[in-house]
Design a protein around this ligand. Structure first.
Ligand SMILES: Nc1nc2c(ncn2[C@@H]2O[C@H](COP(=O)(O)OP(=O)(O)OP(=O)(O)O)[C@@H](O)[C@H]2O)c(=O)[nH]1
Ligand SMILES: [Mg+2]
Length: 322
């Protein structure tokens, strides 16, 4: 593992890929490599692109890579894929699409699939970001599907979060209002060729303007709403994605200028510590309880009302935490 991290720190792409695969597969000793690289992380600007399945996130990301390369940035892309039964096609599509960056050493693209282990994916995402960071990618784009509870908590990983909305989801905006305003730094209205894109743009703008309580306080960031041109108009599309790139970078500069970057770093790092604590303390206990069937005996006690969850948790704690 130390050998692996050494290679990664030297910029070895294959070693980096292997390390990310190990993280994904939750190979037990991977933390040793992560211990070695942690000290060198924290330099990249991490950008989250999130939205419903099929919203056009990968198409945007692909173009955003071009926009950043044009500006001289190096780019890491992490496509997080929690919808395993359907992912085959989508991931394959992404690979073909992003193949045009394959020869470019300034671009490093990897996908990460959910393995269903509790808390596992979010942890792996944070760690894979670290790997891309030590590969000295200046922009790391993390694509996550969906805005909801099963979603990777992108806000714990990204400095800038762009939420992609598409027309044709009707009343969704109403339902999502509260949640989205919390996490979005930028709204993107995508698939401009579709009916209702203009309407969605106006609605979203209204939503942003009406929210008095700006999450970043008095000197707050006004969440911009960007209408990205349709991918069917390649030249206009490229131009509007460059505008998106500039908006994303403006947000990063805003965080720096207002001393908010350190706040986000603190949040990111706190989440990371939480995950490490979970992984080191709780996960082995759960594994143990599941392994010898003790968990079923505990659940039986609850079903027969012989005990309650709080008492059982206290019992388990006293057994393991000495
Ligand atoms: N009409 C139209 N289709 C688009 C546009 N952008 C992307 N698409 C299409 O929408 C489909 C989904 O695009 P993706 O970029 O794979 O979307 P995604 O959000 O990454 O999808 P998942 O990762 O599967 O959630 C593809 O068939 C794209 O070609 C657009 O501007 N207009
Ligand atoms: Mg995608």
């Amino acid at each position: 593992m130390k050998e692996l991290s050494k290679k990664v720190l030297e910029g070895d792409i294959r070693a980096a890929s292997r390390l990310i695969r190990n993280l994904e597969d939750q190979i037990p000793n991977t933390y040793i490599a992560m211990q070695e690289i942690f000290g060198k992380t924290g330099n990249a600007h991490v950008v989250g692109i999130t939205g419903a399945p099929g919203a056009g996130k990968s198409t945007l990301t692909d173009e955003l890579i071009c926009a950043y390369r044009k500006k001289g940035d190096t780019v890491g892309v992490l496509a997080v894929d929690p919808t395993s039964p359907f992912s085959g096609g989508a991931l394959l599509g992404d690979r073909i699409r992003m193949l045009r960056h394959a020869e470019d050493t300034g671009v490093f693209i990897r996908s990460l699939a959910t393995r269903g282990a509790m808390g596992g994916i979010s942890k792996a995402v944070g760690e894979a970001i670290h790997v891309m960071d030590v590969l000295k990618k200046s922009k790391i784009i993390v694509e996550t599907v969906g805005v909801g509870q099963q979603e990777v908590d992108i806000i714990n990983h990204a400095h800038t979060v762009a939420v992609v909305l598409v027309p044709g989801m009707g009343d969704e905006i109403q339902a999502l209002k509260a949640g989205l305003m919390e996490i979005a730094d930028i709204f993107i209205i995508n698939k401009a060729d579709r009916d209702g894109a203009g309407k969605l743009y106006k609605e979203t703008l209204n939503m942003v303007n009406m929210s008095k309580d700006n999450k970043n306080g008095a000197q707050g960031w006004r969440i911009p709403v960007l209408l990205v041109e349709s991918v069917l108009e390649p030249i206009k599309f490229a131009e509007s994605v460059e505008a998106l790139r500039d908006k994303i970078d403006e947000h990063y500069q805003y965080l720096i200028d207002n001393d908010l970057l350190s706040e986000r770093m603190r949040r990111k790092t706190t989440a990371e510590l939480n995950e490490a604590l979970w992984g080191t303390i709780l996960q082995p206990i759960l594994k143990d309880l599941h392994a010898d069937g003790e968990i079923n005996r505990l659940v039986d006690k609850l079903l027969t009302k012989a005990s309650d969850p709080y008492s059982l948790a206290a019992e388990v704690a006293s057994k393991y935490m000495k």
